[in-house]
Each structure stands twice: as C-alpha cells, then as structure tokens.
Design a protein around this ligand. Structure first.
Ligand SMILES: Cc1ncc(C[n+]2csc(CCOP(=O)(O)OP(=O)(O)O)c2C)c(N)n1
Length: 486
C-alpha cells in the first residue's frame, strides 16, 4: 500500500449512468447542452442523475418535466420521461405514481411553472401526500420566455414585467412555497437549499438524494426547493449570479428544513393498499343494475375477422349525432369488442355543430380520435364539407341529401347520398333519420350481431315506443344500403 493517502483512490471522470451517453441537439449546437453557462439547471440535473445511480433506481425512475427550462429533461435522463403541460407535472406525476406503485417519480419544475400557473397542482398534490419527489428550481424569474416576473421574484428585483422593480403594493410579496407547503399535514420532507457556494451545493446534493430515497421507500411527498442562478436573464456573470443567490436571494428565502417526518414515516409505514376489486365485482360495487350491463352477444362474431371500424358522425346539435355514435359503441361493447366514443360539440344546446368519433376494434384502441375515418356519416352539407377530405380511400360517406355535391366526390371513396330525413318520415318520425343512417352503417360494416344492436337500443333508449320506432328506422337503413349496392 502506498504511503500517500491519495494514492489509494482512483478518480473516475464519467457521466452518471442515468444520463444518456450523447445528448441529441442540432449539429451546430451538439457541442453544448441547452443550459447557459452558470445555469443552476445543469447542476441540479447532475445531482439528480447521481442520486438515481447511487440508489440504483434508474430502471424504475420516471421523470416528469413540464414547461420552462425544465422542459429539456428528456434530452438528458435515460429514465422514463413524460413531458407535462405547463404547471401540470404534479398531476401527471400523481397519475404515474399511482398507476405504477414502486416507481420513483420525480416532478422537476421551475418557479414560474410550479408557483404561478401550477400553484393549485402543487398545493393539492402536497396536501394529498402523493408519493412523488418534487425538485423545484427557483431562479426567481421566468427564464425561458425572457425574464418576466414570477411569484418568487424578489421585492425590488427588475424583470421585463416589473421594469422598476417588484413592488408589494402592485405585485404582492414573493411566494414562500416551502414554508406554505410545510403547514400541510401530508408532506414528509421539505427543504430549501441553494447553489450559492460549494457548501450549499453539497447540501443540495444531499437533499435531492434524500427526496429520491424517500420516494423509493414510498414514504410520500417530498419537495426540495433549490435557489438557483440564472446569469443570462439576471444579466450577471456566472460568478456574480452565484454570489447573488447567497447574498440576496437567501435573505428573502432562508435555507433550511421546513418539514421532516422521515423517521416517523419509516417507523409507521403506510398500510398496503387494499387489492383492487375483481372486474366482475365492479357493477355490484358501483350499484349498476343488471339491465344496464351489456348482454354479451359476443358469440355471434367470427373470431378470425379483423375489425377496425373508425366512424366520424357529424351534424347539427339536436339531430341525434351523439346518440347514433353511442348506439354503435354500446352495441360494440355488447359484442365484446374494444370500443371508444368521443363526443365533440360547441357550447350551444341546439343548432350548433356536433360530431363524434367512434371506434370499434378487436385489438386494444390506442386513441379515441378518428382523424381518418373509414366511414363518415354527414347529416348536413357543412359537416360533409368539414370532414369529407379526411375519409380514407376505400371508405364510405353516408350523406343526408338528395344530391351529393360534385366537388366533394373523391376517387376511391364510396358515397351513399339519400334524403335520410325525408325517408325517416315514412317510419313515423323524421327525427329517426339518425337511426336510418345507423342502419346503413351497420349493413355496410356487417360486424355487429343483431342481438347486440337490440341490446344497445334497449339500454340507451328507455322509451319502448322509441325503441320500436328506431328498430324500424334501422331496418329501413339496412334496406337502403342493400338497394344502393344492387
Ligand atoms: C400554457 C402556457 N402558458 C405560458 C407559456 C409560456 N411559458 C413558457 S416557459 C414559461 C415560464 C417558465 O418559467 P419557470 O417555470 O420559472 O422556468 P425557467 O424557464 O425559469 O426555468 C412560460 C410562461 C406556455 N408555454 N404555456
């Protein structure tokens, strides 16, 4: 062994394993990161990556980055990444943490994001004691957008929106997030740290590690607020900015631990959540009557047949556009298919435009949006003109109108244009036009068993007189489609 105390150590200069080997940027910027010289984000990133490595949780870490300079996290961390809307990271982190128990979920947020637009999100996530670690980078300004005041901007601090300096009388006082959240009962650990000098930086690394460790142990909500320099927007050199954190920011935002329940929580671990009830028990628990359950006519479907029906139904409010879609989706459900139904309508009750997206498939449905339908049901001309270009080649347009507008015809798209409303009159009520059009869709799709359609009508339309009328309307629609093919 060497007599020199340093000779026993090997110094390894390497990136944390939790960082990507290479950060992708456009060629001319590939040599640098997104962060300006002296920016605190880069330092905090490094500490998070080191803590993930040390705790050995890279494969179960999910990092949620919202809007602001924190948006770049997914370029750097080789973990699960989710990009959230401005201020919404705690809500997204809540969903991730609850749906993937055992994961280490980090919400990484700036001060504009966390305590302006996202103030309600953080308050309620903390109050619910969500099992997430929040790393809150407070640089007292909106940096990414060029220096507007944030709720944490100091009194007297100049910004583009407080050019004479922030005044309490007009902009209120700087918001003390750590102190505020520490008044709540649920959080486990809340500490404010800084990047003002090496001693502070070392403490910040410890605090971040602790928040992540709490998270990995499932102890609940932890938040580390990091006072962080932003030399570019503060118009200072990196060294001046670091001094400003220590000498000026810290006076408004004193460092320290504001809440620490770690020992108590460790001693009394959370009880295991009760197992979720079995799916077939849900109707009983939710009090759903037998009559409201799908009857289950799946046996009538040919198991080998591929089914991927994507329908867009559009018209005016009051024409039964949404109901048409519902019957289709409900019948699909009864037949044991994967289904989605997504309504879209304006604020008006009647006469506004209304449309819905319906998907029926054998495989799981990735998105309920139908942007390229294979069937378009257009109950009036404006709706036809809005969606006709989106229909896939080989698809169908079913249009309520005697004449199909010549300029809406497209090669490879089939058309069935009939005065459905007038024809519905023959069944007893022109308001059944939607069901006549549904009949045409059903005949064209040819996948849904009659029993499923009947079951869907009974469930959705309680009035037997209307059920009977709609059944007649559907039969008429089927005949009209067959006649058109003949
Ligand atoms: C809904 C929405 N509102 C406003 C913006 C514009 N915007 C982008 S970043 C930002 C402020 C971010 O400030 P902060 O969270 O402090 O992050 P920093 O850039 O300082 O790290 C704002 C207002 C946006 N992208 N989305």
């Amino acid at each position: 062994m060497s007599s020199s105390p340093v000779a026993d150590y090997t110094v390894v200069h390497a990136k944390s394993r939790s960082f990507y080997d290479r950060y992708e940027r456009k060629t001319e910027l590939q040599h640098q990161t997104h962060f300006c010289p002296g920016c605190g984000h880069g330092i905090v990133h490094k500490m998070i990556a080191a803590a993930i490595d040390e705790l050995g949780v890279q494969d179960r870490t999910i990092l949620v980055g919202p809007v602001g300079c924190s948006v770049f996290t997914y370029y750097y961390f080789d973990v699960g990444n989710v990009q959230a809307a401005h201020g919404r990271a705690p809500a997204v982190a809540t969903a991730v943490s609850r749906s993937l128990p055992g994961s280490v979920v980090i919400s990484y947020q700036g001060d504009g994001d966390l305590c302006a637009i996202g103030s309600a999100e953080i308050l309620h996530a903390a109050n619910r004691g969500e099992n997430i670690a929040v790393i809150f980078v407070n640089n007292a300004i909106y940096s990414m957008t060029g220096g507007q005041a944030a709720p944490t901007t100091l009194l007297g601090q100049k910004s583009t929106t407080t050019p004479l300096g922030r005044k309490a009388a007009t902009e209120g006082y700087p918001l003390h997030v750590s102190e505020l959240l520490a008044t709540l009962q649920a959080p486990v650990y809340i500490e404010r740290v800084g990047l003002g000098d090496n001693k502070q930086i070392a403490q910040t690394a410890r605090a971040i590690r602790r928040a992540l460790e709490n998270q990995a142990r499932g102890l609940g909500f932890s938040l580390v607020e990091v006072l962080s320099p932003c030399p570019t927007i503060w118009e200072m050199s990196p060294v001046e900015a670091q001094h400003w954190v220590r000498e000026t920011m810290e006076k408004t935002f004193p460092l320290g631990v504001f809440r620490d329940q770690t020992k108590e929580r460790l001693a009394a671990p959370k009880p295991e959540p009760a197992p979720s009830p079995a799916l077939d028990e849900l109707p009983r628990i939710l009090g759903v009557a037998d009559a409201d359950l799908p009857e289950g006519n799946a046996h009538a479907l040919d198991a080998g047949q591929t089914i991927d029906l994507q329908v867009r139904i559009a018209g005016f409010g009051g024409q039964g556009v949404l109901l048409l879609g519902e019957v289709l989706a409900e019948a699909g459900l009864d037949a044991g298919l994967e289904v989605s139904w997504l309504p879209s309508y304006g604020p008006e009750m009647r006469s506004g435009t209304s449309n819905c997206h319906v998907r029926l498939a054998r495989e799981a449905i990735d998105s309920p949006l139908v942007s390229a339908p294979n069937v378009l049901v257009a109950m009036n001309e404006p709706s036809l003109r809005k969606f006709d270009q989106s229909v896939r080649r080989g698809g169908w347009v079913i249009f309520d109108g005697e004449e199909f507008p010549a300029d809406c015809r497209r090669e490879g798209v089939h058309v069935l244009a009939l005065p459905f409303t007038e024809l519905a009159n023959g069944t007893g009520d022109k308001r059944a036009a939607n069901m006549v059009m549904l009949g045409a869709v059903l005949e064209l799709a040819g996948v849904l068993p009659e029993a499923s359609i009947a079951a869907a009508l009974r469930r959705l339309i309680r009035n037997p007189r209307w059920v009977e009328l709609d059944e007649r309307a559907i039969v008429l629609g089927r005949q009209l489609f067959q006649r058109a093919l003949a």
